[in-house]
Write a protein that binds this ligand. Sequence first.
Ligand code: ASP
Length: 582
Amino acid sequence: MYRSHTCGELRESHINSKVTLSGWVQKTRDKGFVVWVDLRDRYGITQLVFDEDRTASHLLEKARHLGREFVVQVQGEVIERASKNPNIPTGTIEVLVEELTVLNTSKTPPFTIENETDGGEDLRMKYRYLDIRRNPVKNNLIFRSQVTMEVRKYLAEKGFIEVETPYLIKSTPEGARDFVVPSRMNEGQFYALPQSPQTFKQLLMVAGMDKYFQIVKCFRDEDLRADRQPEFTQIDCEMAFVEQEDILNAFEGLTRHLLKEINGVDISAFPRITYDDAMRIYGNDKPDIRFGMEFAELNDIAQHKDFGVFNSSELVVGIAVPGAASYTRKELDALVNWVKRPQVGAKGMVYVKCNEDGSYKSTVDKFYDQEDLKKWAEATGAQPGDLICVLSGDKNKTRSQLSALRMEMAERLGLRKPDEFAPLWVVDFPLLELDEETGNYHAMHHPFTSPKPGQLEMLESDPGAVRANAYDLVLNGNEIGGGSIRIHDKNVQETMFKHLGFTPEEAKAQFGFLMDAFQYGAPPHGGIAFGLDRLVSILGGQETIRDFIAFPKNNSGRDVMIDAPAPIDQEQLNELHLKLNV
Ligand code: ASP
């Protein structure tokens, strides 16, 4: 028997009992006449003591030579600690060691296995198995496991069936590049790894499974913008005989359950906002509504006043930043430079200080008098002490620039509190999105999303105006889930493919199986997928999904621990009928 207890288990009630523990040597403190060893496992740390008076001298000697991360087993007696440590649950006791077995030695680890480590990101990723021994990482993985357990529990109770779908498939259209896998047995042919199980979950509805879910890996070969992973996990769901309302209710339920069970937070309201309103009020389709600073469009009151910049702008829009009127000239200049950074891209910024005495001081005093500026303050809801920031230009660009500023100011003002949760649904997304470069429309969600009832004809006359039965669940400024009611009629699906620029032959070659299935009694259906990595990191009050993934990839899509991707040898290439072109 390697252990009678874990290293996190012993308390005062165990005093005088004989125990066996196994674990890793966190650290050794040698005071000459006494040696203390912190023994660690997943459950905690227990202090071991070896001393001149009570421990055999060969044991004391052996303890002195224990290195960091040695794996040891000890037997001994639980005794009361002389100087107690209130910071750890085992802090009132220690184990007076009577037998010590080294189960394995360890090289000195390349970084300290402590909560605060000296190891940089790259080093920690190369030795991720050591990194996971550290509390912050270990606790994140335990947290993730709790979340997935709760998800399974909740969905199972609601009658969802977990079904696995294949990984070696044909392309699924989620808008990214596919990872492909060459087929040895089918010369010159390739599987694609699923960007999501989209078509399979729809087929499961045709198959009569009624309520499906799966916690599943998805693969998207995208350039890795900050905090994306080429393989990530979704909570993927689909339901038959549902309308949008049914899906929203079901997954509001799941989210409420998680916030309650995991975070102890009761959320009653899941406000809904249309995509158009989200863009107008927050400049963003995943608004963080934990704080205000809502956009006020100022065209009516700020144009036609001799200020050419505003007059020639499609949109003039501002926000009131609480308390920022006290910014110094230097700070304001820095803020203007911040919005002019290429990442934000504004040409400049007009600002108005709302003074405590009710007067206004702006960068455009030449063009606007106090009465004008008062109107701006009313429109933005600015109070004395606030700073009104105004951007102008092309509608879409200006909205996204002001959205970036809004988030930045919220961050600076500490308004993005990790322990505060504000979910909301964004609904009525456009069905199609115009690709500015090619001038073609593509599906904003994916090609299986159904248009709003009665809007199918508009695909001909005004494709950009067609709205979809599509929805996103947003939590604290992050899209944590998205889905739609699907097309379940073959003819409608064909029309949709046509508008997305597929010839009938292309549509048949790529998605013929789905259209065939639609001819065998496809029920009305819809679904949603949650990004599990992101959801877990938000519930965990953190920002980086990598911290909640056991073995993540770096920004170049590499696993630096196993050193993948890697070349394969000629023989393997031959077997796969591949010739490299590099
Ligand atoms: N397959 C979609 C996605 O990955 C989700 C859905 O429509 O259910 O975003």
